[in-house]
Design a binder for this molecule. Structure first.
Ligand code: GLU
Length: 419
């Protein structure tokens, strides 16, 4: 019996089965590819501001160790469990392999609503979590990064905590750090920039002019906000946007600079322009050129996949589309072009890789250099996916995952099975 249960892990498993069938991977090889190599659960006790002690549950899952260290974000969210973290680790593996990065996938998290904590409590929690992880991570073992509910500041605390235990600064232990603490230029905007770059590629392919085209973005965190800015910079109208507090829709388009300023100042979108409020479920169904889910898993499902009115579905989030929805989207492949998550949001981990390389070498690149290399890497992955989808006559997700799974499989094959 597996400890990895729940709908998100089932989704990762179902997706893998589709790929394994497509690649005709024998049954006895499948578990070796899918099941995470290691998982750690920790109790994280901290002092709360009210003088009490609270204990949170933290996780880290390392999916495979075949290509190098494992790599992936750390999520602070109220619904985090080991099954979800494991699924996210598996997806990181296929994402890194597709982008040709020398990493296996990992993911970590704490079951907590970070918005309910004070800054001091958040720091206590971040530091104690990293302290508990010390036997399990390392610059050549497992390299963390931000994910939902964490940010550059949390990465700085992680790096500082790890470094204090080593007695020297080890900036290469995490990525997504502030630039002042060994982070790289461009990491902050990397994921959103990558999403927009690929939306432009898809528009080019479909003959849509970005200037005057429309986009709807679900989620206005690091990914959604920078995607909005990059799209707007080339004339795309952002006609819908949402976060966990409100969904807004206006066919005339929003002022994205004002939107990001408001979100930075208030932490939420609520209050920006509530007259444009729409039911969050309805927002996804509005007509637009690009629909960008950039929040949580499983928001495109069997209930709404048939009703989407977008030309491009650009998956900024990890796992936004369920396998049932994929079957519906496969029927609609002339109407909707899917940019699957492991391609669409890979800009983040690609620039994380650049950050790690720069930290290891202590030699830092200009922002132009980072962005240029990011676009070269995304272009290569995009070409590989689109070409493979055409060649095998398969959906883009199957093509992207097949390339990722194949790379991991080939590496395992040539290394052999120890002992
Ligand atoms: N959390 C991000 C992701 O899901 C970034 C991971 C990283 O940079 O290592 O891809």
């Amino acid at each position: 019996m597996s400890i990895y249960t729940g709908p998100v892990f089932e989704m990762a498993r179902d997706q893998f089965t589709v790929i394994a069938d497509h690649l005709a991977i024998p049954a006895d090889e499948r578990d070796r590819l899918l099941l995470p190599k290691r998982a750690l659960t920790v109790a994280v006790p901290i002092h709360m501001d009210n003088g009490q002690t609270a204990v949170f549950t933290g996780y880290r899952v390392q999916h495979h160790l075949t290509l190098g260290p494992t790599k992936g974000g750390t999520r602070f969210a109220a619904n985090v469990d080991i099954g979800e973290i494991a699924a996210l680790a598996v997806w990181m593996s296929w994402k890194c392999a597709l982008a040709e990065l020398p990493y296996g996938g990992a993911k970590g998290g704490i079951t907590v609503d970070p918005r309910a904590l004070s800054l001091r409590e958040l720091e206590n929690l971040s530091r104690r979590y990293m302290q508990e992880m010390i036997p399990f991570v390392g610059p050549r073992v497992d390299v963390m990064a931000p994910d939902m509910g964490t940010n550059e500041q949390v990465m700085a605390w992680f790096m500082d905590t790890y470094s204090m235990y080593q007695g020297v600064t080890v900036s290469e232990i995490v990525t997504g750090k502030p630039v002042e603490s060994g982070g790289t230029l461009g990491r902050r905007e990397a994921t959103g920039h990558g999403v927009a770059f690929l939306v432009f590629r898809a528009m080019e392919r479909l003959g849509i002019n970005p200037s005057g085209a429309t986009a709807i973005i679900q989620g206005f965190g690091n990914v959604g906000s920078y995607a909005a800015l990059a799209l707007a910079a080339r004339g795309v109208k952002i006609v819908g946007v949402s976060d966990h507090t409100i969904a807004l829709h206006d066919p005339k388009g929003f002022d994205v600079a004002a939107l990001t300023q408001y979100a930075t100042a208030h932490g939420v979108l609520k209050g920006f322009g509530d007259a444009a409020q729409i039911d969050p479920k309805e927002l996804l169904l509005q007509r637009c050129d690009a629909l960008i889910p950039a929040a949580v898993e499983r928001v495109i499902n069997k209930d709404n996949a048939g009703k989407l009115q977008c030309r491009i579905l650009a998956e900024g989030a990890n796992g936004p589309t369920t396998p049932e929805a994929d079957l519906i989207l496969a029927q609609r492949n002339q109407e909707i072009f899917v940019i699957p998550d492991i391609l669409c949001n890979a800009g983040g981990v690609i620039v994380s890789y650049f950050e790690w390389v720069q930290d290891l070498q202590q030699y830092f690149w200009s922002k132009d250099e980072v962005m240029k290399r990011l676009e070269i890497a995304l272009e290569r992955s995009w070409n590989n996916v689109v070409h493979r989808a055409q060649l095998d006559n398969i959906p883009n997700r199957v093509a992207a995952m097949a390339i990722g799974v194949e790379r991991v499989r080939n590496a395992k094959r040539t290394r052999g099975l120890f002992p």
